[in-house]
Design a binder for this molecule. Structure first.
Ligand code: NAD
Length: 505
């Protein structure tokens, strides 16, 4: 059958082997009290992938107790930076050794393509190595200019027990943007992966045990936001929550954590604009737009889900983006040539479709796609590459996070208008600008409200560079040295030299 898209049909279905996933609590693997479990099927193939222990408040509390005792016991925090760095490097090596096993389970539970999953696992190992460098170089400040009778030091101390809650779209990578930094700082953790992608975080737990992590330093509880996530974010023995996920749940966690005044760092949603000026290198920009919107099927906080195009080039850009979109290989995520795999579940596919339907009903033009895709041999949820133009900024598709392969096209005439559109959404995660004029790029970079700005590129990432959002995209930063600072508390020590203090009375 002729198709306007590039489809990769199923080659071979995954085997029937079912992965068993348990909790890691105080160095031991165990099921749930009463033996409760739940299942995860492959969103692309429909096959049963994993049977997972379903955590209750009892497991969450046991894990928090273990993390608290491990922290208060001081064994991990008391190691030297050199010793913690050696451990983190060891874990990085183990991740690389286990890359294929991790990547395959990541594909089967998330629907993402195998080549991308492998690259993410390698990227994750690199982050563990970077965190090792930070562990080795961690230090505070000294103040030697406070007068001849005073010396002060500012100590950086681990914040304590950290609850780490992660989403389904980059399960192993996001766990690796948090856990090694917490460990480098000397913290202990309780980790809850998404109920949709539990397995690769459990494998990480195995590797941590193999590398010799003391019991209780990292605990993993499998299960759902209620009750496991709720206990982890409200328990008085937890000092900090590090959360990545939706803005809606992020706000609920901020409120829940307020009663015990925990520190909360959050990486939330985005509606990230790429702005194209008429002098842009269109060949590069159009390739980056297609990458930006279809990477991870658009299920990406950094998805370039809006383009804001100067009206002189809008028609050409929209046509060329639609043409190139047809060439992107969608289909079986286990096939090495696939670039876009399955949508995480049918309910999410329906939500994506409703955004397009509502936009069309409100007068928008669907230039490409807008409907589910049939991939031969696969029964899972796939959504066609979709380009929607003729939008007004008020339409939900132009301002809300669709989290699918759906590009919203808006137009502008002046820089002020482009900035107003870019800053008009409630999010502020990332933004991009395309122009051959350095002044245009610099002005845009300074005026746009975003945690990351890309000029003449999109979605490059480095372990060295901090990442995070402003406005409703979250608080705090991951990666870079700021990523380590999140897990550190500051203590000031003031030391008088000699008995020179004037008596008060
Ligand atoms: P989600 O908010 O539904 O779930 C995230 C995690 O929170 C899951 O582990 C879930 O079980 C848990 N959870 C749910 N309710 C909870 C509660 N009340 N208390 C504690 N934990 C709870 O998000 P998702 O659907 O898994 O992921 C998609 C979202 O994540 C998108 O909005 C995306 O933009 C965002 N995201 C952001 C970044 C970033 O770095 N900014 C990165 C990846 C994903």
């Amino acid at each position: 059958m002729d198709t306007p898209y590039t489809l990769i049909p199923a080659e071979t279905l995954p085997s029937d082997a079912v992965n068993t996933v348990q909790h890691l609590i105080n160095g031991e693997w165990r099921g749930s009290e009463g033996g409760a479990t739940f299942e995860r099927h492959s969103p692309a193939h429909g096959t049963l992938v994993s049977r997972i222990a379903r955590g209750s408040a009892a497991e969450a509390e046991a894990a928090i107790r273990a993390a608290r005792e491990a922290f208060d016991g001081g064994e991990w925090a008391g190691l030297s930076g050199k010793e913690r760095a050696a451990f983190l490097l060891n874990v990085a090596d183990l991740i690389i050794e286990n890359r294929s096993r991790i990547a395959r389970l990541e594909v089967l539970e998330s629907g993402k393509p195998i080549s991308q999953a492998e690259a993410e696992i390698e990227g994750a190992a690199d982050i563990w190595r970077y965190a090792a460098a930070l562990a080795r170089t961690l230090h505070g400040d000294s103040h030697n200019s406070l007068g001849k009778d005073m010396l002060a030091v500012v100590l950086k101390e681990p914040i304590g027990v950290v609850s780490i809650v992660t989403p389904w779209n980059f399960p192993f990578l996001i766990a690796s943007q948090k856990i090694p930094f917490a460990l480098a700082a000397g913290c202990t953790c309780v980790v809850k992966p998404s109920e949709l992608t539990p397995s690769t975080t459990a494998i990480l737990g195995e590797l941590l045990m193999e590398a010799g992590l003391p019991a209780g330093v990292v605990n993993i509880v499998q299960g759902f936001g209620d009750p496991v996530g709720h206990v982890m974010t409200t328990h008085e023995a937890v000092d900090m929550v590090s959360f990545t996920g939706s803005t809606q749940v992020g706000k609920a966690i901020e409120k829940a954590a307020a009663d015990t005044l925990k520190k909360v760092s959050s990486e939330l949603g985005g509606k990230n604009p790429q702005v194209l000026f008429p002098d842009a290198d269109l060949d590069s920009a159009i390739d980056a737009i297609v990458f930006g919107i279809y990477f991870n099927a658009g299920e990406c906080c950094n998805s370039g889900s809006r383009i804001i195009v100067h009206e002189d080039i809008a028609e050409e850009v929209t046509r060329r983006v639609a043409e190139l979109s047809r060439k992107v290989p969608f289909g079986d995520p286990l096939h090495p040539d696939t670039k876009v795999g399955a949508i995480i579940h049918q309910g999410h596919q329906d939500k994506i479709q409703s955004y397009v339907r509502d936009a069309e009903a409100a007068g928008a033009k669907v230039d490409l796609g807008g409907a589910p895709l049939e991939v031969p041999g696969l029964e899972g949820a796939f959504f066609a590459p979709t380009v929607v133009s003729g939008l007004t900024p008020e339409m939900p598709i132009a301002r809300e996070e669709v989290f699918g392969p759906v590009l919203a096209v808006l137009t502008f005439k002046t820089m002020d208008e482009a900035i107003a559109l870019a800053n008009g959404a409630s999010y502020g995660l990332s933004a991009g600008v395309w122009s051959e004029n350095i002044h245009t790029c610099l002005e845009f970079s300074r005026r746009v409200q975003a945690g990351t700005v890309w000029t003449n590129t999109w979605m490059d990432g480095f372990a060295e560079l901090p990442f995070g959002g402003v406005k409703e995209s979250g608080q705090g930063r991951e990666l870079g040295r700021y990523g380590l600072e999140e897990f550190l508390e500051v203590k000031t020590v003031q030391m008088r030299i000699g008995r020179t203090r004037a008596k008060w009375v």
